[in-house]
Design a protein around this ligand. Structure first.
Ligand code: TRP
Length: 547
C-alpha cells in the first residue's frame, strides 16, 4: 500500500491538480443557485475566509463572475474546443451554456465509436426542481439518447446531513425531481434512478473509497473543520461512490454534468479512482523514477543525442552533459534533480520505455502482470518496464489484469459544466427566493407573471434602447430564451439577440413574448409530469424513506 505517502494524490489522474485551489477575485454578479449553509454547518468554508478570494464550494453560495478564470485557476477545460467534434451537439453546448469540461474526450470518443459510456448526476432534494435543474435533466437525457447509460440520483443523505432536511421533506421533493426528469424524457427502462440511502452498492463503495481519503484532505478541499459532523463527511464519500457507481460492473468513460461548484467533488473522485488502481502506467527513460518536469528534459536529451550516437546507445552521463551544455526550457526547475539522477545512473543507457508501477496490486496480480507483458521487459521490485508496449496498450493491459484479480479498474470520471442561471430579479437565481427562479411546479400563470416582472438589461428609455440597443449578454430575460425558451431553434435565439442589441426589440414586448413561452412550457411540462406519475409508481424506487 502506498496510501500513507500517496494520499494527496501523487497517484492522481491530473498531475497538476490543486485540490484547494482558489479562484481569486471572483465576485458574485449573479447567476447561481443559492446553496445556503446548513444548520449542520461544516464551519467556515474557504469562501468565508476571505471575501475577495473565493473557492468553488459545493455548499457555499457559488457565483462565478468570470468563467474564464475557472480555466486558468482550476484547470477546467474549454468546452468550445471540443464542440466541433460533438455529434449533433445539444443547444446548451452550441450556445456556450455548457462552457467547460474536465477530460470529456474519452466520453466523446466512446459516443462516436458506439462504445459503452455513462452519464450520471445527482440532485439534492432541498426544494422544488427549477429551470436551473432542467439544464442537468436535459444533459442526462441527451447523453442517454446518444447511447449512454444514464443515472439520476436523489442525494437524500447529503440533503439530510449537509442541509438538515427532514426525511418527509426529502421524500416529497425527491418525487418532484423524478417526475420532472421523467417528464422531460428520461427513459427509466434504459437508465437507472436511485436514492443514495437505498443503494447498498453505493454505500459499500463509499466505504471502500473512504479508506483512500483522510480528514486533512477533506479539510483542505472543502474547508471542513473540527465542527463538521461526520454524516456530512459521509455524504462526501457517498458522492464519490455515486460518481464511480456506473463503472462498478465494467469500467467505462463516465460524464458527470453539473455546475462548476461541484468541481471539487469531481477532482476528488478522479483522484480516488486513481488511488484504487492496482497499477500506474508512466513513461520512463531509465531505471530511476522521474517526475513529469524531469521527464521532459530526459526526452529532450534522448532525442537530441539519439542521432548523434552511432551505436544508438545514449548513456545517462552523456545526457547529463548535454543538458549542462544546452539552454533548455525548464519551467518547473527540474534540471538540478534531473542532472543528479542522470549522474547517479552513470553509464546506464537512456532508453524510452513504458513503466507499470505497482500501487495497490496484490502479489498475484503483480505476478500475473509480469507474465502478461509481452516482448522485451525488465522486472524490478515494484515496477515493470516494457520496451515494446505503447502507453495505451499498457493502460489497457494493466486494467485487464486488475479486473481479473478483483480490482475495479476505474477510469477517471469526466465532467461537463454549465453556467449558472441569473435570477429573474437580477443577482443569483436562488431556490429560497421564489421571485428569482421559476419552479417547474409553478402555475403557468405564475411563471408568466414572474417573467413579466423580471429585471432586464434594457436602457432607461425606449428612445435610448432604439439608439444604443439592449445588452442581451447581461439580460436575465435573454438568458431565458437562450437556456430554455428557444429550445433547439438557434435561429429564433439569434433573432431575439440581434433584434435586442440592434435596438429593434424593446423590453416590454420581449418580456411579454418570453412570458407567454414560459407559460406554455410550464403547462406542457406539468401535463407530462402528470403522465409520468404512473411510470414513477411502477419504478423500482423507494419513494418513501425507510426512517
Ligand atoms: N452534491 C450535489 C448537489 O449539491 C448532488 C450530488 C450527489 C451529485 N451525488 C452526486 C451530483 C453525484 C453529481 C454526481 O446538488
Amino acid at each position: 500500500m502506498t496510501r500513507d505517502t500517496d494520499v494527496h494524490g501523487t497517484a492522481g489522474a491530473d498531475d497538476d491538480q490543486r485540490p484547494n485551489a482558489r479562484a481569486e477575485d471572483v465576485l458574485p454578479d449573479g447567476g447561481s443557485e443559492e446553496r445556503s449553509s446548513s444548520n449542520h454547518s461544516h464551519g467556515r468554508t474557504p469562501r468565508e475566509e476571505a471575501v475577495d478570494d473565493v473557492a468553488l464550494d459545493p455548499w457555499g453560495s457559488s457565483a462565478v463572475s468570470d468563467y474564464r478564470k475557472l480555466f486558468k485557476q482550476f484547470g477546467i477545460e474549454e468546452f468550445d474546443a471540443l464542440l466541433p467534434e460533438v455529434p449533433d451537439p445539444h443547444y446548451l453546448m452550441r450556445r456556450g451554456v455548457i462552457f467547460g469540461h474536465r477530460d470529456y474526450r474519452p466520453v466523446l470518443d466512446a459516443m462516436r465509436n458506439d462504445e459503452p459510456f455513462a452519464a450520471l448526476s445527482g440532485f439534492m432534494p432541498t426544494g422544488d426542481p427549477h429551470i436551473g435543474h432542467k439544464l442537468v435533466f436535459d444533459e442526462l437525457i441527451w447523453h442517454q439518447e446518444r447511447g449512454g447509460d444514464a443515472y439520476g440520483l436523489i442525494a437524500d443523505l447529503e440533503a439530510h446531513s449537509a442541509r438538515g432536511l427532514s426525511w418527509d421533506e426529502i421524500d416529497e421533493h425527491a418525487r418532484d425531481y423524478l417526475l420532472s426528469l421523467l417528464a422531460l424524457g428520461f427513459d427509466p427502462e434504459e437508465g437507472e434512478l436511485y436514492r443514495q440511502s437505498a443503494n447498498r452498492e453505493v454505500q459499500d463503495l463509499a466505504f471502500e473509497l473512504g479508506a483512500e481519503a483522510n480528514f486533512s484532505e477533506l479539510q483542505s478541499i472543502y474547508g471542513f473543520d473540527g465542527e463538521t459532523d461526520v454524516s456530512h463527511m459521509q455524504s462526501v464519500v457517498t458522492q464519490m461512490a455515486d460518481i464511480l457507481y456506473p463503472q462498478l460492473e465494467e469500467p467505462k468513460p463516465t460524464v458527470i454534468p453539473v455546475g462548476p461548484d461541484q468541481d471539487p467533488h469531481v477532482r476528488l473522485a478522479r483522484d480516488l479512482a486513481a488511488r484504487t488502481r492496482y497499477f500506474g502506467v508512466t513513461q520512463a527513460y531509465a531505471s530511476f523514477e522521474a517526475d513529469p518536469g524531469e521527464r521532459v528534459l530526459l526526452a529532450r536529451a534522448h532525442d537530441a543525442l539519439e542521432d548523434r550516437e552511432n551505436d544508438g546507445t545514449v548513456r545517462c552521463v552523456d545526457a547529463a552533459e548535454w543538458l549542462e551544455g544546452t539552454d533548455v526550457d525548464d519551467p518547473t526547475d527540474a534540471l538540478p534533480s534531473a542532472l543528479e539522477k542522470l549522474h547517479a545512473a552513470g553509464k546506464e543507457p537512456l532508453r524510452p520505455r513504458t513503466r507499470f508501477l505497482d500501487r495497490n496490486a496484490t502479489d498475484e496480480a503483480f505476478e500475473a502482470l509480469i507474465e502478461a507483458v509481452e516482448g522485451e521487459k525488465r522486472v524490478y521490485e515494484a515496477h515493470i518496464d516494457s520496451f515494446e508496449l505503447s502507453r495505451e496498450e499498457a493502460e489497457s493491459l494493466a486494467r485487464e489484469v486488475e479486473i481479473d484479480h478483483g480490482g475495479y479498474g476505474f477510469l477517471a470520471p469526466s465532467s461537463i459544466y454549465h453556467r449558472f442561471m441569473t435570477g429573474l430579479t437580477g443577482g443569483k437565481m436562488s431556490s429560497s427566493i421564489p421571485a428569482s427562479h421559476i419552479s417547474l411546479l409553478d402555475e403557468p400563470e405564475t411563471g408568466y407573471e414572474k417573467v413579466n416582472s423580471a429585471t432586464t438589461a434594457g436602457r432607461e428609455t425606449a428612445e435610448l434602447q432604439r439608439e444604443l440597443g439592449g445588452e442581451a449578454d447581461e439580460c436575465p430575460v435573454y438568458e431565458l430564451y437562450a437556456y430554455l425558451l428557444a429550445g433547439d431553434d438557434d435561429e429564433f435565439a439569434k433573432e431575439v439577440y440581434d433584434e435586442c442589441v440592434g435596438g429593434e426589440r424593446l423590453c416590454g414586448d420581449c418580456k411579454e413574448q418570453a412570458a407567454r413561452l414560459m407559460e406554455e412550457f410550464l403547462a406542457e411540462h406539468q401535463e407530462k409530469r402528470e403522465e409520468a406519475e404512473g411510470l414513477l409508481e411502477e419504478l423500482d424506487f423507494e419513494l418513501d424513506s425507510r426512517r
